[in-house]
Ligand binder design. Structure first.
Ligand SMILES: Nc1ncnc2c1ncn2[C@@H]1O[C@H](COP(=O)(O)OP(=O)(O)O)[C@@H](O)[C@H]1O
Ligand SMILES: [Mg+2]
Length: 498
């Protein structure tokens, strides 16, 4: 959900939720106060009454005892002379904050009030229909007087001796106004509480969905600042903040990759320096040894001297070779070796080149064969010198790693529709399965002892790979330990002319 929709929904919730909660609370409070009212006064069944009615329609108070007393006065009027009966009735009414006053022929014969109620007694004359000329007596009806504190109802009847009787039912309504005030105050408090609580809660929910991811991002930036990139910022939502989290995390990943790459470069550089120093130190140490031998007179015969000098010469030769290979490799690595590409027919190029190599190989007492499966011409764009170097490196490996009495080296040239393929096969010592994937790595030699009698820099095939890649081709090796090796490379055809 987008932040905008979230805000719209939270606004709707801010209106609806308090409204519903207020209505529920209103009904609850009304119920509560109705019950309280019932415990204070005798009122009509309030379920039938509309909301808040008991506080408006005071008339409903004491309806029941009023009607009961009225019918009793009709049935046994003389009961209203009997103090005992009246006391019992009054006791029951007092529990509901009501009492009775009974008059017979205009004189008060019973006053059920517990407090001094002279002011009410004095008012009775004004209320009494039968004695009030301005208010003609309706037949046996009731009258009401309500100042704020009391509610008085009256009915008249006739005693058995014919004298007129009045019964006044006086209810103390002070509690009623108190209840009404309490009720209104509770409603106001409830509404304020509901609005502020729902507002607070919804604000909390919405801000949490924004603040938590923001905080995560802040922690993330702190971590990056301190160089820690091994963490993940997860997008918990699909909104704008979630997108920001995703973007942040992909930035972190990129940064991590580049830091790791940097570290790898740094490692490679260190490894390179260590390899070079090792490979240069070995011949230098032995040259130093032989020179010391000459200086100290160890080479005391002309034969010995010749041997020493030859060894020194060979060592410097191999050092020179190593430095040349290193230079070539580093130039290729830095892309500083110039390439002079020319278009030519690969078939005639290979035919000529193989004449030279046949001579070299046979000089080493090995059998050489060359097979060209391409019919016609194969037009390629190559740097002749560098491709020469590739083939020379591969063939010299075949010569160098030959362990068979009857050494054989064969070269094959073929093509598919897109490229020419050159394969150089030998029946030498082969490369183990574990070593095979690494032979094109710089400084890699299967024989880890660097003082191998075969010499070599471990750069030959790495140089080949760089040169072939520069031609847009690929190079690969197949080998079987003890049986021989095949090195293949491919070069894109410009167009094939048959
Ligand atoms: N024709 C081959 N026969 C056996 N092993 C080979 C052959 N060509 C390459 N290798 C293995 O691959 C390694 C890497 O070759 P290269 O890069 O030319 O380095 P080196 O200077 O050792 O010749 C060699 O050290 C050797 O172990
Ligand atoms: Mg080599």
């Amino acid at each position: 959900m987008s932040i905008k929709t979230k805000l719209v929904f939270s606004n709707i919730a801010m209106c609806l939720i308090p409204l519903i909660l207020c209505l529920i609370t209103l009904f609850g409070l009304n119920n509560l106060y109705s019950r309280k009212l019932k415990s204070y006064y005798e009122v009509e069944d309030m379920k039938k009454k509309p909301l808040l009615n008991p506080y408006i329609e005071l008339k409903s108070i004491n309806i029941r005892p009023f009607k009961e007393l009225q019918s009793e006065s009709e049935a046994i009027p003389d009961n209203f002379e009997d103090k005992k009966v009246l006391k019992t009735i009054n006791e029951a009414l007092l529990k509901k904050n009501t009492y009775i006053i009974v008059e017979k022929s205009g004189n008060v014969v019973f006053n059920g009030s517990k407090k001094n109620n002279k002011d009410i007694i004095s008012k009775l004359d004004d209320l009494n229909y039968s004695r009030n000329a301005d208010r003609p007596e309706p037949p046996r009806t009731e009258s009401i007087s309500d100042d704020s504190e009391t509610l008085i109802r009256q009915f008249t009847f006739i005693f058995s001796d014919g004298s007129s009787g009045n019964v006044f039912l006086v209810a103390d309504t002070s509690k009623l106004s108190q209840l009404a005030t309490e009720f209104i105050i509770s409603i106001i408090i409830a509404i304020i509480a509901i609005i502020s609580l729902t507002g607070g809660f919804i604000t909390f929910l919405v801000s949490r969905s924004i603040l938590i991811p923001l905080n995560q991002l802040k922690i993330g930036t702190e971590k990056i600042k301190h160089g820690n990139l091994d963490f993940k910022v997860r997008a918990e939502s699909s909104d704008e903040i979630g997108e920001l989290c995703d973007a942040f995390d992909s930035m972190r990943k990129k940064l991590k990759e580049s830091v790791e790459l940097q570290a790898q470069y740094e490692n490679n550089r260190k490894e390179l320096i260590s390899n070079i120093s090792h490979d240069l130190k070995t011949p230098i140490t032995s040259i130093k040894g032989y020179i010391e031998g000459i200086r100290d007179g160890v080479a005391d015969t002309p034969e010995k001297m010749e041997k020493y000098v030859n060894t020194i010469y060979n060592k410097t030769q191999s050092m020179n070779y190593l430095i040349e290979e290193l230079l070539t490799y580093s130039k290729l690595d830095l892309k500083k070796l110039p390439f002079y590409f020319i278009d030519m027919d690969f078939v005639s190029y290979m035919n000529d080149l193989m004449e030279e190599f046949k001579f070299d190989v046979e000089k080493n007492n090995m059998e050489f064969s060359y097979d060209n499966h391409i019919k016609g011409k194969a037009n390629v764009r190559i740097d002749v010198q560098n491709i020469n170097r590739v083939i020379s490196n591969i063939i010299s490996n075949s010569i160098k790693y030959m362990d068979k009495e009857h050494g054989k080296i064969s070269v094959e040239v073929d093509s598919n529709n897109e490229e020419v393929l050159v394969g150089i096969k030998d029946n030498g010592m082969g490369i183990s399965e574990e070593a095979l994937p690494y032979v094109f790595d710089r400084f890699y030699r299967e024989d880890f002892s660097r003082n191998t009698s075969k010499g070599g820099s471990g750069l030959g095939l790495a140089i080949c790979k760089k040169i072939i890649e520069e031609h847009g081709g690929s190079i690969w090796a197949k080998s079987q330990k003890g049986h021989g090796t095949e090195i293949w490379f491919s070069i894109k055809l410009k167009n094939r002319i048959n």
